[in-house]
Design a protein around this ligand. Sequence first.
Ligand SMILES: NC(=O)C1=CN([C@@H]2O[C@H](COP(=O)(O)OP(=O)(O)OC[C@H]3O[C@@H](n4cnc5c(N)ncnc54)[C@H](OP(=O)(O)O)[C@@H]3O)[C@@H](O)[C@H]2O)[C@@H](O)CC1
Ligand SMILES: Nc1ncnc2c1ncn2[C@@H]1O[C@H](COP(=O)(O)OP(=O)(O)O)[C@@H](O)[C@H]1O
Ligand SMILES: [K+]
Length: 484
Amino acid sequence: MIALFNAQQSKEIDRRIIDEGEPGLKLMKRAAWHLFATVQSHYPHAQKLLVLCGTGNNGGDGLACAQFALLAGLDVSVFLSNENMHGDALSCLNELKALNADIRPLNDLEVFSQELGKTDLLIDALFGIGLNRPLNQASVQLIETVNTSPCPVISADLPSGLDADSGKHFGCAIKAEHTCTFLTRKVGLYTHLGPDFCGQIHYFDLHANLPQHISPVAYSHELNEWQPLIPTLSADNHKGRMGHVLLVGGHRNMMGAIQLSASACLHSGAGLTKIISDTQHLIPLTQQQPELMCYPPEALSEQLRQSDLLALGPGLGLDDWSGQLYQTCSQNNLPKVFDADALKWLAKTPVFNPQQILTPHPGEAAVLLDSDSRRIQQDRVGAIKAIQKKYGGVVILKGKGSLIYDGNRLELCPLGNPGMAVGGMGDVLTGVVAALWARGMTPFEAACTAVYIHAAAADECFKETGAAGLIPSLLPPKIGRLIG
Ligand SMILES: NC(=O)C1=CN([C@@H]2O[C@H](COP(=O)(O)OP(=O)(O)OC[C@H]3O[C@@H](n4cnc5c(N)ncnc54)[C@H](OP(=O)(O)O)[C@@H]3O)[C@@H](O)[C@H]2O)[C@@H](O)CC1
Ligand SMILES: Nc1ncnc2c1ncn2[C@@H]1O[C@H](COP(=O)(O)OP(=O)(O)O)[C@@H](O)[C@H]1O
Ligand SMILES: [K+]
């Protein structure tokens, strides 16, 4: 398990550690040592180092790293955005000056660019957690120059330009091959654009005693921390104990959506997987998956009485047919998983219900909050909390760094890959969520376990097929194996 913090909490943790007697300069030197050790272990042949430093303590990390590199005999050039430094960063600057280091102002982009052309590795120490507003034109141009150069980058604490809280950038951000992050893992490294910019993340606690009473924004677990929570099977197991799931959707040309959910639900161990769909789909659905029990819309009320849990939305549609099914389902007291079009119906008449799991992607989250997906992505943590507050239950906000929130705990799943961005992938997740909840897990545990298993199955698949070959129908058997 790892804990993830935002910038304000990270600053507070820094401050507490220093207040308790650990000098800031010592922490800075340790951070710098880890930066330099990362240079040595990942770029052992780098001879010429360029260190890009801002005016804050992030720049201080860079200056202290430059000193270690210089003392180790590397050819080091430092570019300073501004000489206006203070505190520990100023001490590091003065120590470096005393070594007659090559320190230059960043006042000519052409000079910087030429130097970059001769460099083996760049250390990015321009901005860390102190970045708090959009970058000016000069910073944007500087970062774009770095990003268009073939020179590899190690970022100090976080890639400069990235927002430590949300994973958005403030105009642009440095694209690093490695990011060495200190004291706290910043949540923005793991969600939204963060993973695109950070490269490989290395965490260093700087041997400091982290204060325990600052609760993190989110936690992230390993897949194998969720798997043991899946109920085990007793020798005298029978299907009545494994949950009866009723899936509703698959209207008109969207039969595949409910088919994918149903296949995932079956492979996740549900005792009975039943479908309410268009009458014309009932035979093809059963022909393709004989384990399924498929019913026309007229059977809805009776099937609701005979089920443990309802999953509503994949391919449901937004016409009158869909509206009638939605009305009947929403008035029923069964625990419910809402996905896809069911979320759009829910947004029309919001109801607060603790016994539900909502699984929006950013576009659906925008509908639930009457917002737009760009705003959702810029503050995913804020968005999932707002959805949970408005609708209750457990919310899964899908996308890179999927979040799961129950009003108390926030989990971030770092697994998954861009090949998952294909129609039907979310329908598979719905089936897994429904099955695990129906099998007796708590809704939060079911949601988290389902998200991790779904993403891990997709990652396994990616290794075999690559991104283009990763299609949702390949996932259910892999999900079955991961569930065990
Ligand atoms: N404390 C410790 O012991 C440890 C700290 N550590 C390191 O310190 C880092 C935090 O340092 P920090 O707080 O000084 O902030 P930092 O990220 O360097 O930037 C602030 C500077 O940027 C400026 N600025 C902001 N936005 C801007 C913009 N858009 N465009 C232009 N300028 C902008 C801002 O200016 P101002 O807002 O004051 O005008 C200020 O000058 C942390 O990430 C880690 O690397 C580690 O060594 C571990 C031990
Ligand atoms: N770049 C990505 N990285 C990780 N996971 C992703 C990425 N893109 C999509 N996913 C995952 O793939 C699934 C897509 O779901 P969704 O958008 O609802 O698809 P659909 O509605 O077509 O079934 C979600 O679980 C989401 O988290
Ligand atoms: K940085």
